[in-house]
Ligand binder design. Structure first.
Ligand code: EPZ
Length: 429
């Protein structure tokens, strides 16, 4: 398997264009199941996860055509007919978001059989809220041998759904089903992440009637059919925040373009508190740090607009070199500190108790072999490697490839000494 090697110590200088958001793209792709007309998605990130969902959609009957467009990569998805309503375990297990095909399949054909995704390294991640939402829309759900058998023979109907706590996936799933349900649906205590608004915008272009996305209450008036549309995927706020933190860690000045600073306001507040200079501009933001030790800060992850759990590992990497003790509380996932012991291999001083990590800043990190078990944890090790003395080798790079497009190229263009070491196929890491 491939590895990434980083020789620490180079300051970053230059510009990084941000790609379309992975976590928006994969939900938008699933929306193509709702219409027999072509859905054209532009500003598409080319990632293992989008390729993976493309393969699942092809199995369900979608024609997937990728091309290079004037505004970044494009994907044209056409599902003239649903050929199969079956999403098997081996496909859903590999990428949890595949589970979100259940709602659109049910809405379009009245039935589906989709594997339960199971837990993953960052937590148990149940899908009970997804299933309750679909039931509130009239679906009959049965669970057998790890599969969800869902039926709505007369079609879905509108309903009232109040989420007991905020869930991005369940809000998106309910939206994907409600747009074709008969009558009105109200979603309360909805997630407010920008990816929800992006999905609602795309669905509205397809002829759906969705109001209030981006707030806690979303109202949907069901329509009989949706049409094709063209939609540009919004910029990836997690990629934006990750490179902002990489620049802060390595020092120097990096301009992040084709993105939006208002998506990462909670991060910017914490970066400034830590002593990093952040200047928003219409096309993104510039991050600057010249010498001077970082200050330790306290933070807690929360649903949007709070501090994103998907940036927690990267911020922890930054705090390993801060002056003082930082306290980081993870409130979204119960097991999302797997990067802490790996950062420890680089010399970081971190103790974890339940959902709280205490990071006592050290003067220097030292390069080592490291490995992580999820995407954001892996990239936090790359960030740490940028500032560590000597060489850091990050194993299991396939995690990075799931969510970061051309990572080595983007960092390398700003002066980072980073390269991919190709591994043999089948070689164990
Ligand atoms: C999305 O996951 C993202 N994934 C995650 O990014 C992100 O960390 C998360 O939202 C929070 O922002 C995608 O968009 C593909 P949730 P999702 O439902 O939708 C619990 C990355 O690195 N819960 O908001 O699965 C759940 O276990 C990934 O790109 C239930 O209990 O997150 C968690 O504790 C990692 N029952 C909490 O809610 C349910 O039915 C929030 O999860 C659903 C969720």
């Amino acid at each position: 398997m491939d590895r990434i090697a980083i020789m620490g110590g180079a300051r970053l200088q230059g510009e990084i264009p941000i790609s379309g958001a992975k976590n928006s793209a994969i939900k938008l792709m699933a929306a193509s199941l709702l219409t027999d007309e072509p859905l054209r998605l532009t500003n598409m990130p080319r990632l293992a996860d989008t390729r993976f969902l493309g393969r699942l959609l092809q199995r369900l009957g979608t024609e997937v055509v990728e091309s290079a467009g004037p505004d970044g990569a494009e994907t044209l998805l056409t599902t003239r007919e649903i050929m199969s309503g079956f999403a098997p375990y081996d496909l859903v297990r590999q990428m949890r978001a595949s589970f979100n095909v259940l709602g659109p399949l049910l809405a379009r054909t009245g039935q589906a059989k989709v594997s339960l995704p199971g837990g993953c390294t960052i937590g148990a991640r149940p899908v009970d809220l997804h299933l309750k939402a679909l039931e509130a829309l009239g679906a009959r759900i049965d669970l057998h041998e790890g599969y969800v058998y869902a039926q709505a023979p007369g079609g879905l109907r509108g309903g009232e759904i109040e989420f007991p706590f905020v869930s991005v996936g369940a809000t998106e799933h309910a939206l994907l089903a409600a747009v074709l349900a008969r009558g009105a649906t109200v979603l309360r205590n909805s997630a407010q992440e920008p990816e929800i608004t992006d999905l609602a915008d795309c669905l509205n272009k397809m002829g759906a009637k969705v109001e209030g996305a981006g707030t806690a209450t979303i109202r949907v008036q069901g329509v009989e059919r949706l049409t094709g549309a063209s939609h540009a995927v919004l910029p990836d706020r997690i990629e934006t925040g990750t490179y902002a933190l990489a620049a802060a860690m390595a020092g120097g000045e990096v301009r992040l373009t084709r993105t939006r600073s208002d998506f990462i306001e909670a991060l910017i507040v914490k970066m400034r508190e830590a002593g990093v200079e952040v200047t928003p501009h219409p096309d993104g933001l510039t991050v600057k740090r010249n010498g001077g030790r970082l200050k330790a800060v306290e933070l807690e992850t929360d649903p949007f607009p709070g501090f994103a759990t998907d940036l927690q590992a990267q911020f922890m990497a930054l705090m390993t070199l801060a002056d003082g003790e930082s306290v980081i509380r993870e409130t979204i996932f119960e097991n999302r500190f797997m990067h802490a012991p790996e950062l420890g291999r680089l010399g970081a001083d971190i103790s974890v108790h339940g959902g709280e990590a205490r990071v006592r800043g050290v003067e220097t990190l030292e390069g080592a072999q490291v490995m992580a078990t999820d995407l954001r944890a892996s990239v936090s090790l790359v960030i740490a490697g940028l500032a560590a003395r000597g060489e850091t080798v990050v194993n299991r790079v396939y995690h990075l490839d799931r969510g970061f497009e051309r990572l080595e190229e983007k960092l390398g263009a700003c002066g980072a000494d980073i390269r991919r070491i190709k591994g043999d196929a089948g070689e164990d890491d």
